[in-house]
Design a protein around this ligand. Sequence first.
Ligand code: MN
Ligand code: MN
Length: 274
Amino acid sequence: MVDPHKSFETIGILGIPYDDDSSFLLGCRKGPDAIRDAAACHSGHWVAENGVDLQDHPRIRDLGDVEFGDSIDPRNAIETSVHHALQNQTATLSLGGDHSITYPILKAYADHFGPVNVLQLDAHPDLYDVLDDNRFSHACPFARSHESGLIQRHVQIGIRTLTPHQQIQADRFGVEVHAMTDSPQVTQLEFDGPVYLTLDLDVLDPAFAPGINHYEPGGMSVRDVLAVIQNLQTGLIGADIVELNPDRDFQDMTAHVAAKFMKEILASMLTSDG
Ligand code: MN
Ligand code: MN
């Protein structure tokens, strides 16, 4: 196993245009390009709030998109792409795609580092054993990840859909669930090792992010999420931003929120050095 405290040479932006395991609507496969377009829009710039200029940064690279085809096992393709990046001293910031992509990503990370700490921002726990006869649904990635021993410590923030079944699953897997009722106050999180951040945009109140599939009002503000990212006391070894559906967006506002998060996560990854 590789020492996760050793910093990466580069950070790779990896597009994962995949939404076949979405339970309600398709469209998240268009997320990576929408986030890239918003990030590159001339209305903004590439300086993060901590002053780090990300424009043409020598340690940031766009790895392009994972390629999918009829004959390709999608989870295997995702895992292989992330694995390849990690072997090349490149940490990944993946752009989804629906949330099912996080399971194969974590498989690659755990294979490289051993079980990882996971910080999940999400309206939903995504701990279903099965949904709609699909064990790889975007509602199930963390059940699969725990069963496979990929996660060391799992903290969830922003949850406001904890069903009885998922409460049982959370207890079974030892997940630390911060319901939305107390989440805005959870800004100073401490982990005893590097963290993988998985950011489902529906953690936000839909007022801030209409370009998602599952509207769950009463969520976090953009600033609440930025506070979590910026106040992390431990380094990030990887991250993903998932569940952007450009078909549901209004004036690209959710894409711009995702692009903002991408820039702040990149700045955090650059300055924390794993
Ligand atoms: Mn969600
Ligand atoms: Mn999710």
